[in-house]
Design a protein around this ligand. Structure first.
Ligand SMILES: Nc1ncnc2c1ncn2[C@@H]1O[C@H](COP(=O)(O)OP(=O)(O)OP(=O)(O)O)[C@@H](O)[C@H]1O
Ligand SMILES: [Mg+2]
Length: 449
């Protein structure tokens, strides 16, 4: 039933299953109406959007905001729960079931909202619905514009949300409420690391043709490594928000996750997602050929296969994080599996200064001083600095005054840490995993302190 006119519309490439049909169809059922139906078919164009389609709620909102036939509305109540447990309700009105007329760019549209009483969408429990837009055939190019406008409008309202998925057996499930997007510039990385990563992902996302033409699988792997609390996870989340990706978090330690499941999950990845594998070292310390599985249910080769991926048509972006790149097997870091490796380290002078400015907007001078104290020899993670500044959030001068003391405390702590790390390493020769475990616990402890 799909026909004409919208082939070049970006929405259709984006995969929204909208259908363009001749209005005549319904009329044609009437005996003798064939001629009339044919005339109708030529004169009018119809666009049907079902409630299964992501475009459905955009269209409803759009109709409502255009006024439509405002005497016939139905109430839609939304609950929003906040992290602190507060619940807010929001009432919106959407066009009621029935026919509405509205004009758009000088053309008249008939909007019919229909509800199937017998059919229920099992995943949401709501009745199956559709909206049919009808306009004169010569105006049908407006469908594309209208959809785009509806989409933009709705995205503006949804702006700031990233959907997080986690794997549940063989399926991806939405995890919690969509999260407010963290602005990319709120995660401060050293130098131009952030920009480099944004550019790389953007470039990759837009070069499908290049990959396809050369028969190169359309995927890219990123590894962010470095000490805890320096912004690896925060940056990936912010990046996903910035580029409007969703995030699919996979925990390789998950006991139920087998190689087969991993493969399946990759095959059914929600569109437009980033796959995030956190703490990849915890799952695979340096490979010992005799004990491939390490008690985990995903094998090392299973992971490599997943990264290599069978020819996938959808772009695939995989982000991995680790605190211990030195524990990773080199086979993991081959191009094609990991294409970009970035170190995300302790706060530099610039980072410390910018964080200070985030707390105290007007204190450029003090910020510079704080930057020099904390960053001339990077010791603290951004998380530690953030914690420190929280203590003095009412007094920028105290924050600077006590900064040297804080730095020295970190320094002596770092010496201790280095010593026990060495200790850990000498142990490692005897029983492989404990050294790594010690290091990891220690690192976590300092991050928490
Ligand atoms: N570069 C940064 N800019 C701004 N805030 C940061 C930065 N790094 C860390 N933070 C803050 O510190 C906290 C911890 O950061 P995050 O979880 O991103 O660290 P991580 O590098 O992923 O650590 P881990 O290795 O332990 O997973 C977050 O609340 C985050 O806001
Ligand atoms: Mg992290």
């Amino acid at each position: 039933a799909a026909s004409g006119g919208l082939g070049g519309n970006p929405l259709f490439h984006a995969g929204f299953g909208l259908m363009l049909m001749g209005t005549g169809l319904a009329l044609a059922r009437n005996a003798g109406g064939k001629v009339l139906a044919e005339a109708q078919r030529r004169a009018f164009a119809t666009l049907e959007v079902t409630s299964k389609d992501p475009g459905y709620k955009w269209i409803l909102q759009w109709i409502r905001d255009r006024g439509g036939n405002s005497r016939h509305l139905s109430l839609e109540t939304k609950f929003r729960s906040f992290e602190n447990g507060r619940v807010e309700t929001e009432f919106t009105y959407v066009p009621a079931v029935g026919a509405h007329f509205l004009s758009y760019r000088g053309a008249w549209f008939k909007v019919t909202r229909a509800r199937e009483k017998e059919m229920v969408d099992l995943s949401s429990g709501s009745p199956w619905e559709s909206v049919v837009l009808t306009t004169r055939n010569r105006n049908r190019h407006l469908f594309g514009e209208l959809l785009n406008e509806a989409k933009q409008m709705s995205l503006k309202q949804e702006a700031g949300k990233t959907v997080i998925y986690t794997a549940l057996m063989t399926e991806w499930k939405v995890f919690g409420n969509p999260r407010r997007r963290r602005p990319l510039n709120s995660v401060m990385l050293a130098g131009n690391t952030a920009q480099k990563l944004v550019d790389d992902v953007t470039e990759f996302s837009s070069s499908a043709k290049w990959y396809v033409d050369r028969g190169i699988p359309f995927r890219r792997g990123y590894l962010l490594h470095g000490p805890p609390g320096c912004g690896k996870t925060s940056f990936i989340m912010a990046l996903a928000g910035h580029l409007e990706y969703n995030v699919c978090i996979l925990n390789l330690n998950d006991k139920g996750l087998t190689d087969d499941r991993l493969n399946h999950l990759m095959a059914v990845l929600p569109p437009h997602s980033i796959v995030l594998l956190e703490d990849i070292d915890a799952a695979f310390v340096k490979r010992d050929p005799r004990v491939e599985r390490y008690g985990q249910s995903v094998s090392f080769s299973g992971l490599l296969n997943m990264l290599d991926g069978a020819a996938s048509t959808e772009r695939r972006l995989v982000f991995m994080t680790t605190n211990h790149i030195e524990l990773l097997d080199p086979a993991l870091m081959r191009p094609g599996r990991v294409d970009v490796i970035e170190y995300i380290g302790q706060a530099s002078e610039d980072q410390a200064r910018n964080l200070f400015l985030k707390f105290f907007h007007a204190e450029a001078q003090l910020a510079a001083e704080f930057g020099r104290i904390m960053g001339s020899e990077p010791l603290a993670s951004m998380a530690q600095l953030q914690g420190y500044l929280m203590l003095y959030k009412k007094s920028p001068t105290s924050a600077v005054k006590y900064a040297p003391r804080f730095r020295d405390a970190l320094k002596s702590h770092a010496v201790e840490e280095a010593q026990s790390l060495n200790q850990g390493e000498s142990d490692e020769n005897e029983h492989t995993s404990s050294g790594a475990d010690d290091a990891a616990t220690l690192a976590k402890k300092t991050a928490a302190s």
